[in-house]
Design a protein around this ligand. Structure first.
Ligand code: RB5
Length: 149
């Protein structure tokens, strides 16, 4: 699996931890930055990750900022992205089964590296259930396709 990975300064350290985990899982990682703890703007990293997933270059994306909130808001602006903000193991599994989320957002100031690593493992290993959940995703795609005031 090919994973696009991005973070702002608040998520940089955790991104490095997650990169090591992904590599140990034999995942191919495309790291879009950032490269240090100097202050940056999270949309500048959410966009390339979301684009790579929406465009098919990567299978999934992982975004990390201080809270995960800014990253998830930004990523969900891109057509075809279903970004889930996750800080617990139950949601990591449920969002794959029910939402077929293709981007995972986490907050490095909310959870520690141990929980984050377990979330990533479960999120990558859980399959979409399909069935009744597919029609709900179709409705989200319909919303996305229409213009709203
Ligand atoms: C940066 O200070 C912080 O606002 C950012 O990492 C994130 O938490 C935004 O949602």
């Amino acid at each position: 699996m090919k994973i696009a990975l991005g973070a702002d300064h608040g998520g940089f350290q955790l991104k490095e931890e997650i990169k090591k985990l992904l590599q140990s899982m034999n995942m191919e990682v495309v790291d879009v930055g950032c490269d240090c703890e100097q202050s940056v703007d999270y949309p500048d990293y959410a966009l390339p990750v979301a684009d790579k997933v929406a465009g098919g270059e990567c299978d999934r994306g992982i975004l990390i900022c201080g809270t995960g909130i800014g990253m998830s808001i930004a990523a969900n602006k891109i057509k075809g992205i279903r970004c889930a903000l996750v800080h617990d193991l139950f949601s990591a599994k449920a969002t794959r089964e029910h939402n077929d989320s293709n981007v995972l957002a986490m907050g490095a100031r909310v959870i520690g590296p141990g929980v984050a690593q377990e979330i990533v493992k479960i999120w990558l290993e859980t399959e979409f259930t399909g069935g009744r959940h597919s029609q709900r995703l179709d409705k989200i795609a319909d919303i996305e396709a229409k213009e709203h005031v």
